[in-house]
Write a protein that binds this ligand. Sequence first.
Ligand code: CMP
Length: 139
Amino acid sequence: ALERTFSIIKPDAVRRNLIGKIIAKFEEAGLRPIALKKIHMTRAQAEGFYGVHKDRPFFGELVEQMIASPVVVQVLEGEGAILKNREVMGATNPANAADGTIRKEFALSIGENSVHGSDAPETAAEEIKFFFNDDEIVG
Ligand code: CMP
């Protein structure tokens, strides 16, 4: 089915001028950006967005990395977009990511892993709403 998912091109990738190369990977896989913007996340946004991880040992470092410099947030649309995006990103830890994936090619570490993507339909809907109003999404 045609789905929408949420994506972040993280600070480590934006700093290294990888926005275009990463969006090319999405488009080549049939994931169309139907909303996108560059933002510098506030601490409150990063803590809220990653609230599910607040008790994990890496939470503090995760928030610091996400607010260190700008990110690109996107809504991606396509057939089976949620799973397809996860496939294109590769495993969270780049050491485990398959050849040809974004994280295999570009990620530096598990924290600086270049992209975030929604893991399920419910989180996709929540994450899209967290950063986009309906009138910013042009399907
Ligand atoms: P992301 O998909 O953005 O969701 C949570 C992030 O926490 C994850 O990608 C990683 O970048 C980061 N992270 C840092 N350390 C860990 C860890 N040990 N396990 C899982 N995620 C981690």
